[in-house]
Design a protein around this ligand. Structure first.
Ligand SMILES: N[C@@H](CCC(=O)N[C@@H](CS)C(=O)NCC(=O)O)C(=O)O
Length: 211
């Protein structure tokens, strides 16, 4: 059994989509960020950075293993099950490359854009311009890639697509007023959003946690 600690956010949904895709049994523990539950001492033992998602694999070799950081969780679960990440060669490193592109680019930049442009009541123009431009630049990178291949890392759906999808969906919903118009002019990105969003596992993963 995998214990999943998560909340209703893009980073949390990466882990629930992955668990749905690979079909391992898992139990959801909502960590209510609105109530600061990420700072509970018991959760901090599992996730020392006080952020979701985190998992505990009760059946790991050598005893229960806690893993935090969504990228590490995706790689761990891919390697545990032999799914959605090639074992070796170019295909593996293309997937890891685009996974890390999401982790270091899309996630933090869209996250900051959401804070400054949507959630904050104090509208700081320089911060909004900076993160809007960087968000649009990253979307252009994604668009170029998806004009060349059906999925981020090439011909196959991988953990790189799982990492990117919840954030790209947020770009059309939560961040829609800022980034939505940019995506409207990107047919390759829209095609990919539809293809990934139609997967049953993705639909189920996006519905977790139920709160
Ligand atoms: N790089 C981390 C980022 C995780 C992250 O930012 N999680 C947010 C929710 S999407 C969180 O837990 N925020 C709580 C807080 O900042 O106090 C990952 O991908 O797992």
């Amino acid at each position: 059994m995998i214990e999943l600690y998560t909340w209703t956010t893009p980073n949390g949904r990466k882990a629930s989509i992955m668990l749905e895709e690979i079909g391992l049994p898992y139990r959801v523990h909502p960590v209510n960020l609105g109530k600061n539950e990420q700072f509970d001492p018991a959760f901090q033992k599992i996730s020392p950075n006080n952020k979701i998602p985190a998992i505990v694999d009760e059946d790991a070799p050598g005893g229960p293993l806690a893993v935090f950081e969504s990228g590490a969780i995706l790689i761990y679960l891919a390697e545990k099950t032999g799914q959605l990440l090639a074992k070796e060669g170019a295909e593996r490193y293309k997937a890891l490359e685009w996974l890390n592109w999401q982790m270091g680019g899309i996630g933090p930049m869209f996250g900051q854009l959401g804070f400054f442009a949507v959630r904050s009541t104090d509208k700081a123009p320089l911060a909004i311009t900076r993160f809007t431009e960087e968000g649009q630049r990253l979307l252009a990178v994604l668009d170029r890639q998806l004009q060349q291949s059906p999925y981020l890392a090439g011909e196959n759906y991988t953990i790189a697509d799982i990492a990117a999808y919840p954030w790209l969906l947020a770009a059309t919903t939560f961040l829609g007023s800022v980034l939505g118009p940019t995506i409207e002019a990107m047919p390759a990105v829209k095609r990919w959003l539809t293809a990934v969003g139609e997967r049953d596992a993705v639909k189920r993963g996006m519905a977790a946690p139920k709160v």
